[in-house]
Write a protein that binds this ligand. Structure first.
Ligand SMILES: [Zn+2]
Length: 430
């Protein structure tokens, strides 16, 4: 076996050499520069992970923003903190830009906040071994932010960003967006309108996948009213079906008649029904009072809906409205919808951008990159600009357990992902 393996490795090595030659001399310098920054980039990641930046910890989000602000200023970017109105209870966003006119105009998207608030027990970056570390937001997505920073830093130090047009947008409320979206996403959308290409650095799903489409997310709420009466009268003409049977009818019809389209999902997350119902949106919790011998007066369901296009969203909503309107005897119902994240559809422009990334990846010896199944990715900030620019997401770090206290970031692959991002940005800004 050993005799066979040896020539095989030589062959692999030669293959690597051949691929490495596909990089220009400048690109080879970029790779060397990124490699030389490896220790520094991981130390920077550790530093920012150790600053708590749960979305509602405004001071913490700003403090993480300040670290990136300093770093971007040092490499010649003009930085700006975009604060949110006080009543929105969100810290704001860090924008950093270079205002040139050469090559494609890029928008690079990240976020400063994490799902781990100050009361979470998970607060520290902790190395498990050479290739892994635990850390709140280490992968989602301070790691991705570090990929952006160090790719740009390498290019800047080689004087390759002259006249480039690049806007870095690190939002401070991606995990729980400030409302209304018309204010919290205003600057991001404006930047998207000015850009040719948006690159999202949310967590990567390996070297060979990137995201060219993400589903959008929105909310819905059904309320049903029944006649409060003694249960002995349920089903008769005067008392009717009650609020809970009416809700059951609606949910069952959603399941039977709206379900089925590819990429369309909807999920009732909470269900309350009885005589009196209270539901508090802020805390996502509620209470009910009712008795088994009283016909239910009220029921409330709060749900979410995911979709791949505006058209799919609107069609689903129309079907849901129609179902809701066909109330059982002596009941009435209503449904309301709230917009959250738009969808990012799999456009030709996104596909073309994926091919550029794939070529970069092959030239680096990392293999081709294909589009990731949009059904398996959640919504993200890049979706807000998807209508205005070509886009690609999932260019950040690798790891596991995002949004759990077991979140890890893969330290071994960060440098290679920074190399890939740096060469991609270099090619796009020529
Ligand atoms: Zn994220």
């Amino acid at each position: 076996m050993k005799k066979l393996l040896f020539p095989f490795f030589i062959f692999l090595f030669m293959g690597y050499q051949l691929q490495a030659q596909k990089l220009s001399r400048t690109e080879q310098k970029i790779i060397q520069k990124v490699k030389s920054l490896e220790g520094e980039s991981i130390a920077f990641l550790e530093k920012v992970v150790n600053i708590n930046s749960g979305t509602l910890n405004q001071e913490g989000v700003k403090a993480v923003g300040t670290e990136f602000d300093k770093a971007f200023s040092e490499i010649g970017f003009a930085t700006q903190w975009i604060a949110m109105p006080e009543e929105m209870n969100r810290a704001g966003h860090l924008f950093a830009s270079l205002d040139g006119d050469k090559g494609k105009k890029l928008l690079l998207i990240g976020h400063l906040d994490t799902v781990f608030e100050e009361n979470s027990p998970f607060q520290q970056f902790e190395r498990i071994n050479d290739s892994m570390a635990y850390g709140p937001g280490a992968n989602d997505m301070k790691g991705g932010d570090v990929v952006v920073l160090y790719a740009l830093k390498a290019l800047s130090e080689l004087n390759l960003l002259k006249k480039a047009s690049i806007t870095v947008a690190f939002t401070g409320d991606e995990e729980s967006t400030g409302k209304p979206l018309s204010i919290s996403r205003k600057s991001l959308i404006e930047a998207g309108k000015k850009a040719d290409i948006a690159l999202g650095f949310e967590t990567a799903t390996g070297f060979n996948n990137a995201t060219i489409a993400r589903r959008g997310a929105s909310g819905w709420r059904v309320e049903t009213q029944g006649k409060r009466a003694h249960s002995s009268g349920v089903f008769n003409d005067r008392v009717g079906a009650g609020a809970i049977f009416e809700m059951s009818r609606i949910l069952n019809a959603f399941y039977e008649d709206v379900r089925g389209e590819e990429y369309l999902t909807f999920n009732p997350g909470t269900l309350l029904g009885g005589t009196f119902v209270e539901y508090d949106k802020q805390t996502s919790s509620g209470s009910v009072f009712g008795k088994t011998n009283v016909v239910a007066q009220k029921a409330v369901v709060n749900g979410g809906l995911r979709f791949i296009s505006e058209e799919q969203k609107e069609t689903a909503r129309a079907k849901m409205r129609e179902i809701v309107s066909q109330s059982l005897p002596q009941t009435s119902s209503s449904i309301t919808f709230t917009d959250s994240y738009p969808a990012m559809g799999p456009t030709e422009g996104n596909q073309a951008l994926l091919e550029v990334l794939s070529q970069v990846s092959e030239d680096l010896g990392f293999g081709a990159v294909t589009g990731y199944d949009p059904g398996r990715r959640g919504a993200a900030d890049i979706s807000f600009v998807a209508d205005y620019t070509d886009g690609l997401d999932g260019l950040g770090t690798m790891g596991s357990g995002a949004h759990t206290p077991q979140e890890t970031v893969n330290l071994k692959t960060i440098n290679a992902l920074i190399q890939r991002a740096a060469v991609l940005i270099y090619r796009l800004t020529r």
